[in-house]
Ligand binder design. Structure first.
Ligand code: PMP
Length: 306
């Protein structure tokens, strides 16, 4: 994120200057990871700035909160309005939105019923994994850190505490000189990237790891599955062993931040021809086409900001 911050943030129902959106050091979430959040993007489209799949992201926020008994004292419509307002106030168009709900100050016990604080921040963001990666692709590695076992911490919740796992995976990858890390599940089978879902291409078909492989059920993943099937590409959700990373014709990662990022090598071995493959390119065209009008938005995924 840029060193200069946007002017305004939405916090607990009010627009405030960025510097005034503070929390107490004894807020529950700071100590115990008890926050749930979303990452959403807005794009400049021929019909004006629009937020991509806003309601779907906010629905996931409420479901993540439900898992942890975090009560969000606003309706989805109110938070959707807050998302639009904070973009407008900051005069942004192509932006990243970060709604977060967390256990605030009001108890130090693990099961304390603290009040829920809610904020929505926004800022300008380019390609998450670095400049030029959408074209050139990244070099990825398999992480030495596994994802959480299914009966430990639920990966289906987008909760703050889960991102300790993501930090270990992403930081190890960067330290070793890779663009991103790919985690295995506790089963030893493929899971996902530190903050991205994973697609492998075999013989023109897309293969992606299933919800049971310790992944976050990504909204970009769902978007790409829908777009691929719409265009006659077969998509298979399945468990895959690690060596499939070395056998695949093409691999890409996806997520709100990462969008559709090609993977050109894994563990130093080239993926296919060592550059973004043809199906990856088509997936990028269909995906980014939603924002430049070349892909018809038949699903009403674009929510106008204004
Ligand atoms: N997995 C993890 C762990 C993530 O943090 C993200 C980013 N939210 C994703 C997958 C992709 O999810 P989405 O497409 O909904 O952004």
């Amino acid at each position: 994120m840029a060193a200069s911050y946007p002017e305004f943030i939405w916090q607990n129902g009010k627009i405030k200057p960025w510097a005034e959106a503070t929390v107490h050091v004894m807020a529950h979430a700071l100590h115990y990871g008890s926050s749930v959040f979303e990452g959403i993007r807005s794009y400049e489209t021929p019909k004006g700035p629009a937020i991509f799949r806003l309601t779907d992201h906010l629905k996931r926020l409420y479901l993540s909160a439900k898992i942890y008994d975090i009560v969000i004292p606003y309706t989805i419509d109110e938070l959707a309005a807050a998302c639009r307002e904070v973009i407008l106030k900051n005069k942004l168009t192509k932006a990243y939105l970060r709604p977060v709900a967390f256990r605030g100050l009001g108890g130090f016990g693990l099961s304390a019923d603290t009040p829920t604080d809610v904020a929505v921040a926004t800022w300008e963001m380019g390609p998450y994994l670095g400049p030029g990666v959408l074209e050139a692709g990244i070099d990825a590695c398999v992480s030495s850190w596994q994802r959480m076992a299914p009966n430990t911490i639920p990966t289906g919740a987008k909760a703050g505490g889960n991102y300790l796992s993501g930090q270990l995976i992403a930081r190890e990858a960067r330290r070793l000189g890779f663009g991103e890390g790919i985690a295995l599940a506790s089963t030893g089978l493929l899971s996902e990237g530190a903050g991205e879902n994973l697609f492998l291409v075999f013989d023109g078909q897309l293969h992606t790891t299933p919800a049971s492989a310790a992944i976050l059920n990504g909204i970009t993943r769902h978007t790409l599955i829908t777009l691929a099937r719409e265009n006659g590409i077969e998509v298979i959700e399945r468990d895959m062993p690690r060596e499939y990373l070395y056998l695949a014709d093409e691999i890409f990662m996806c997520g709100t931040a990462a969008e559709v990022t090609p993977i050109r090598s894994v563990d130093g071995k080239p993926v296919g021809e060592g550059k973004a493959g043809p199906l990856t390119r088509r997936m990028q065209q269909w995906f980014f086409g939603l924002f430049d009008g070349k892909t018809e938005d038949r699903w009403n995924w674009l929510d106008p900001v204004g």
